[in-house]
Write a protein of this length. Structure first.
Length: 76
């Protein structure tokens, strides 16, 4: 049943790509309002956010959920 994996909207997309797409679409200001985590509010950067998100499952899950909700707006 390999077809199921392709239905996952996150399949084959790196966390870095997800974060870069969200930052370019929303900017860190709006991201920090949508997801209340310090890496988006205090000196935000893609690099520091990636470091935090890779270590923190609950925060990564929130970012991935927002990305899936945002996909239609991104035109992907």
């Amino acid at each position: 049943m390999q077809n199921n994996s392709s239905k996952d909207p996150l399949h084959g997309i790196t966390l870095q790509k997800i974060l870069e797409d969200l930052v370019s679409f929303y900017g860190f200001d709006t991201l920090s309002e949508l997801i209340k985590i310090k890496c988006f509010t205090s000196n935000p950067s893609v690099k520091s956010s990636l470091t935090f998100l890779r270590k923190t499952d609950w925060a990564r899950k929130k970012v991935e959920e927002l990305y899936v909700k945002t996909l239609p707006k991104l035109g992907k």
